[in-house]
Structures are given as C-alpha cells and as structure tokens.
Design a binder for this molecule. Structure first.
Ligand SMILES: *[C@@H]1O[C@H](CO)[C@@H](O)[C@H](O)[C@H]1NC(C)=O
Length: 360
C-alpha cells in the first residue's frame, strides 16, 4: 500500500473540507419570500419552486388578550397555505408572520405592551404555537416593527428566549419537529445606539433573522434628490445593506443566522431636469413606493449602477430607483460570498413573472 491509513484519512478529510467550502460558498440555506395577504396574488398562483421558505403575512396581535389571531377574511387562505404550497413543492417550509410594518406606531405599541410582562408574553407565545399547529405551519416569524428603546429591546430578548423554551417543550410533548422561529428586524438605518437589538438573545434563540435592508433612502423622506433606495454598498452615505449586515455581526449574531432583505419594489421621483437623471440628481417631488411589476420601463432607459448595486430607470421626468435583476443578482452573490444564511424578498406579488425571484 502506497498510503498509510493516516495519509488516506488526511486525504479524505481534506477532500471533505474542500467539498464543504465549495458547498457553503455557492449555496444559500434560505431563499425566502413573503406572501402578503392584502396583495393580489392568490396562494394558488405562487410558484414555490423559487423558494425554500415562504412567509404567510400577517397574523395580528389582539391588544386586549395579547393573543395572536388570524382575521376572518384571511382564515381560509392561511389555513390552507401550507397544503397549497406543499402540493407543488413539498420541501418548502412555511412560517406564519406576525405583525408587520402596516400597523405603524399603534401596532408597535401593542407589541411593546405585550412584551413588557411575563403573563402577556405567555399569552402571545402559547397562542402563536397553537395557531401554527392548527394551521400546519412549520414555524413562526415575529415582525415587530420596531422595538425602540432599551427597555423594549430587553423585553424583545425575554420574549424570544421564552418563545424558544416554549417551542422546545411543545415539540417534546407533541413529538413533532420543533417549530422554526425567525424575526424580521431592522436593517441599516433602524439600528442606532438607542436601538441595539439583544444580539446574544437573537443568536441563542432564533433560527435566523430577516434583516430588512431596504427603505434606506426613500422618496417620501428625500423628495428633492434621486436616491438609491436599497443600496448594497454606499461610498457616499451611511446606510446600505452591507452596513446593516456588519452591524448585526457586531451585535454578536453569526452570519449563518442572517438573511439579506431584497425589496421587490422601488421609489419614484420627478426629475427637475429630464436630462439630469443620475443618482443624486435634483428632483422636484417624491412620488412614493412602486411595485417592480408596475415600474414603467416601457421605453424607459434602464441603468445599473454597480457602485451602489442599484438599478434606476427614467423617461421624461419620471425616475425610479429600484431593484432589477442585476442588483438582485449582485445582492444574492454578496449573500453567498459572505456566508450569510441566505436572503428573502418583500414581497413576492410585486415581482413580474418571477423575474426577480429567479435572478441570482
Ligand atoms: C453611480 O452613481 C454615482 C452618483 O450618481 C456616480 O458618481 C457613479 O459614477 C455611478 N457609478 C457607476 C459605476 O456608474
């Protein structure tokens, strides 16, 4: 024998290591998508083959009982969500998302109140687990937008710790696989010294977090200048997806638990001069958010700016900063190269024939 046992062992473990490296640098564990129940897309029209995880959004928080509820208008589609998805792609996991950005400060206050006491946290936790099981979801996703003080962050930490203990106990008693637990959390601009998430609690108790690395520069707030709404990198300003990920790593959450947010929409501005149509050129008006599929690029000139990894398009004085297939591909490549857990889209109905969902 030319090789000793030790040599062949070394050879095999080196090969395994190379394989593992290759695998982790080319695959993302999660390709997630939020399905928003108030959008036009029927669950039966979702093509789940582009995703590993689908989030059914949103369940509500009842401020009287502190229980999670599903509104009667959504009861039928939520209760059949998993079955409908799995009839097409049976490996896709589904999570019930609770909360969301639509409720504004009122909803944020309901979460803050619920999380402030052990008894109300227990109502939330027990009802969420019951709803997940009764409706056949594989997991739960907390969308509290946003805990916004030290005290609320501490309570957020207590909530997810008790949530994890409860799903572990439930799994033992039901003999079912433990429910997945994730949360949608602030990206770059939402993390300030006054609003540091409890990174250790997140790392110890959630399977991963969806980092909402979008809405960083929006036309409602910056009406006088065109902007890259969700830049991957930003050499001229503070906020970017990369900066958000770096902050999360700084909070003590490993990259393997971070999913990068991909917005399937952009923001519209009115240009001051139709011949000056670059990022940061003068605008006269901010015209709000527009779905990717509604961005009128018919005859519009589309540009990809690799400095920010943002697309924009313009026609006359109409100007849209948004994510197109090029910027999505750049972000997906970033997520893979940096060993992130993966990426997710908000929200899939805004896509145009799955063009963004299959990019990357
Ligand atoms: C991206 O846009 C900025 C601002 O308009 C500009 O300075 C930069 O040259 C552009 N980058 C590329 C690669 O075109």
């Amino acid at each position: 024998m030319a090789y000793s046992k030790k040599h062949s062992f070394l050879l095999i473990s080196t090969l395994l290591m190379i394989l593992q490296l290759q695998f982790s640098s080319t695959n993302a564990a999660i390709k997630g998508g939020y399905w928003y129940s108030d959008s036009d897309l029927a669950v039966s029209d979702i093509d789940p083959s582009y995703f590993t995880h689908l989030f059914c959004a949103f369940a509500d928080l009842d401020s009287n009982t502190n229980q999670v509820t599903i509104s009667s208008t959504h009861a039928a589609s939520f209760s059949t969500f998993t079955e409908t998805i799995q009839s097409k792609s049976n490996s896709v996991k589904t999570l019930l998302s609770i909360g969301g950005g639509g409720g504004g400060p009122t909803l944020a206050q309901k979460f803050a109140n619920m999380a402030s006491q052990a008894s109300t946290r227990k109502s939330f936790i027990d009802s969420s687990i019951r709803l997940a099981r009764n409706n056949n979801f594989h997991g739960l996703d907390l969308d509290w937008q946003y805990p916004s003080s030290d005290a609320e962050m501490t309570n957020f930490g207590l909530l997810i710790k008790e949530w994890r203990a409860a799903v572990a106990a439930e799994s033992r008693s039901s003999d079912k696989p433990e429910l997945l637990l994730s949360a949608a959390v602030g990206g770059s601009d939402q993390i300030t010294p006054l609003k540091y998430y409890p990174g250790q609690d997140v790392a110890n108790n959630l399977d991963w977090v969806n980092v909402m690395t979008y809405d960083l520069y929006i036309s409602d707030i910056n009406p006088t200048q065109t902007q890259p709404p969700a830049p991957l990198k930003n050499p001229t300003g503070q906020f970017s997806a990369d900066e958000g990920i770096t902050k999360w790593v700084g909070l003590g959450v490993p990259k393997s638990k971070l999913a990068l947010g991909l917005p399937f929409y952009g923001y519209k501005w009115s240009l001051a001069d139709p011949n000056k149509h670059r990022i940061h050129d003068k605008a006269t008006q901010g015209l709000g958010a527009v779905k990717y599929k509604d961005i009128k690029n018919d005859g519009a000139q589309i540009v990809y700016n690799s400095t920010y990894a943002q697309n924009y398009c313009f026609k006359g004085t109409d100007w849209y900063g948004y994510d197109d297939t090029q910027s999505i591909s750049a972000k997906v490549a970033y997520a893979k190269q940096n060993g992130l857990f993966g990426y997710f889209a908000w929200h899939i109905e805004q896509d145009n024939n799955w063009a963004l969902s299959q990019a990357g």
